[in-house]
Design a protein around this ligand. Structure first.
Ligand SMILES: [Zn+2]
Length: 278
């Protein structure tokens, strides 16, 4: 029996994880698995809600593809070269893209929500270097400053850090501040707290909108339980305020939202205080 406060955040899986936003398709691609520690969201009831039959909360490591003339990838997974044993395992992104008919060289834009390891891993690999040779990469300046320039945050993949520095040097990495239109139908919206430059990407076309929450929100229940703080929030107070803002962005607006670790990479809408199927 669910606590009623959680039950308002029920949702239904979308068919094939493909969403239509105006004339634009939005396709989820999973790079691997995040096994969420029991106390990760502070309240162990959060873990229990997300746990499977084995008692573990197996969450995806989500990336999102916008196909079209100039394909856009939002987030770059954990990649194949680094694991956090028992917690993070990745490496499936390129297979997922291939299954959908896309090679790495087809990707023209890569938008990163933030620079934690499970969102930036495929930017470069140990053996093959930069993964997306024709892409312009975008990340908020505040995250680059935090994780790369000042090394205040952990980025446990030196080859990724080196690639980001090199991409910036040759003009293939763009650092941005504030709200920015980065590609046709893709706008960066500052959503700080989880990391200093954490960014939500708004996909918009023909009056319809989807929000890609990154790690600002880990699960649908956290939309209403804004007090559930993630262990990895750099600034928990600001992260909570951001969740409250995102709830208001969704509530009653018809806007669709999904997060990088939402179970099944489902998306949904918030209608009159309840999260419902998109
Ligand atoms: Zn993450």
């Amino acid at each position: 029996m669910l606590d009623p406060v959680y039950a308002i955040a029920s949702y239904v899986r979308l068919r094939d994880m493909n969403l239509r936003i105006g004339s634009q398709w939005l396709i989820s691609v999973n790079d691997g698995e995040f096994t969420m520690p029991k106390s990760f969201l502070g309240d162990e009831r959060a873990h229990d809600l997300l746990a499977g039959p084995d008692g573990e909360a197996h969450l995806p490591i989500g990336c999102f593809l916008l196909p079209g003339d100039d394909p856009v990838l939002v987030d770059a997974g954990l990649g194949p070269d680094w694991v956090a044993p028992g917690m993070l395992q990745g490496g499936d992104l390129l297979n997922g893209l291939r299954q959908r008919g896309f090679a790495p060289e087809d990707i023209r834009t890569v938008c990163l929500s933030h620079l934690h390891a499970d969102h930036v891993g495929w930017i470069a690999t140990k053996n093959a270097g930069v993964t997306f040779p024709n892409a312009q990469v975008y990340v908020a300046r505040a995250d680059y400053d935090h994780f790369v320039t000042s090394e205040q945050g952990p980025l446990p993949m030196p080859w990724v850090k080196e690639a980001l520095v090199e991409l910036l040097r040759i003009g293939r990495l763009t650092l941005f501040d504030g709200e920015q239109l980065l590609a046709t139908g893709v706008t960066a919206l500052p959503a700080p707290g989880h990391t200093p430059g954490h960014t939500v990407y708004v996909i918009h076309d023909d009056g319809e909108r989807a929000l890609l929450f990154g790690d600002a929100i880990y699960c649908p229940q956290q939309l209403s339980r804004t007090d559930w703080e993630s262990m990895s929030d750099v600034d928990p107070v600001l992260a909570r305020r951001t969740r409250e803002v995102l709830w208001r962005e969704l509530e009653g607006t018809g806007t669709v939202g999904t997060g990088a670790h939402f179970p099944g990479l489902v998306a949904g809408r918030v209608l009159s205080g309840a999260w419902q199927q998109a």
